[in-house]
Design a protein around this ligand. Structure first.
Ligand code: DP6
Length: 319
């Protein structure tokens, strides 16, 4: 049996940073994200009883380094006594560069594995399974604006607004396409153990979530931008205060932030967010996307721009 699924990455507007249970990869805080439309990861899972062990092909090249995490995720869906699988992934954007590649990869993987093994699990179970592989992946199981909530000893994802209800655009300014030096998972654990700001971060998250939830329900870009930028800069402050410090930005990341401030000063409705990498994501109304693109592409150090609307949930490509 084989199945192929596609998932879009999601960009967190209120960030997940820190785990409350390492073993089960449970987040310390809730988060809110927007699922993208044009970027994607496709995952094909094929059960192959002739294989002695799992095989992973990433963009047609065999990867042994990423295989253990992928195999673990298939185990979570199909159990450890399952037959071996060949997993092939294909993406149209850089992997591990802070553009949420693990989110779309594991969201697509749980959907494809569920279909290949014929388990037909409900979406909330698949979200919970994806989150054990990568916390942010659970959010790509739904489209539009998505909230991830901590729920007893599990997580739950829920839709705040459908993609068509608020058709914003996300412009991603790539300032360095290479993989990040420290994975988000490792970096957030260093923050939890060493940052003097970590406890305050966790404590303040419910208030940030409530503010963003209200802004999204009112479709108030200015209100959402204010809380999203605050939450992003607070997360990076936690990282900067860690030992060793985690500084993912480069000079172009800061130049992009200044570009967004200048646009805001000119009255353009746009705000930024930055994840565990040097890329800046600008969020704006569709009508302002060309202006935002032009300003970011004229910013020193920007090597490439990508653009996306708000997208759909992870889904199967074949039955
Ligand atoms: C900064 O989901 O990559 O993008 O659960 O260890 O795989 P793991 O972490 P991951 O962390 C995402 C961190 C972030 C913020 C976010 O997406 O909420």
């Amino acid at each position: 049996m084989r199945a192929t699924a596609i998932a879009q990455p999601n960009i967190a507007l209120i960030k997940y940073w820190g785990k409350r249970d390492l073993e089960r990869n449970l987040p310390a805080v809730g988060s809110i994200s927007v699922t993208l439309s044009t970027l994607y990861t496709e995952m094909r899972v094929e059960i192959d009883t002739t294989l002695a062990e799992d095989v992973l092909l990433v963009n047609a090249v065999e990867s042994r380094t990423l295989l253990p995490r992928v195999s673990n995720c298939v185990d979570i869906v199909a159990g450890v006594d399952r037959p071996a699988v060949c997993v092939s992934s294909k993406s149209n954007f850089p992997i591990a560069a802070g553009i949420a590649s693990s989110a779309s990869a594991f969201a697509a993987l749980v959907v494809a594995a569920d279909a290949a093994f014929g388990s037909s699990l409900p979406r909330d179970r698949l979200a919970s399974m994806a989150s054990r592989a990568s916390g942010s992946a659970a959010r790509s199981l739904l489209g539009g604006f998505v909230e991830l909530e901590n729920d007893a000893d599990d997580i739950r994802v829920k839709s705040l607004l459908r993609a068509e209800d608020w058709p914003l655009e996300v412009v991603v300014a790539i300032t360095a396409p290479g993989p990040k030096p420290v994975s988000s998972g490792d970096a957030m654990e260093i923050s939890r153990r060493t940052s003097p700001f970590y406890d305050r971060w966790v404590e303040q998250q419910p208030a940030d979530l409530a503010e963003a939830r209200a802004a999204i329900r009112q479709r108030d870009l200015h209100r959402l931008g204010a809380i999203a930028e605050h939450n992003c800069l607070k997360m990076h402050s936690v990282m900067w205060g860690s030992r060793p410090p985690m500084i993912y930005w480069n000079s172009a990341t800061i130049a992009c932030m200044q570009t967004i401030r200048e646009l805001q000063n000119q009255g353009v409705g746009v705000f930024f967010t930055i994840d565990a990498g040097p890329q800046l994501k600008a969020i704006c109304a569709a009508a302002d996307a060309a202006t935002v693109r032009a300003a970011l592409s004229a910013t020193d150090g920007v090597v490439e721009l990508m653009q996306s609307g708000v997208g759909e949930a992870a889904r199967l490509l074949n039955a």
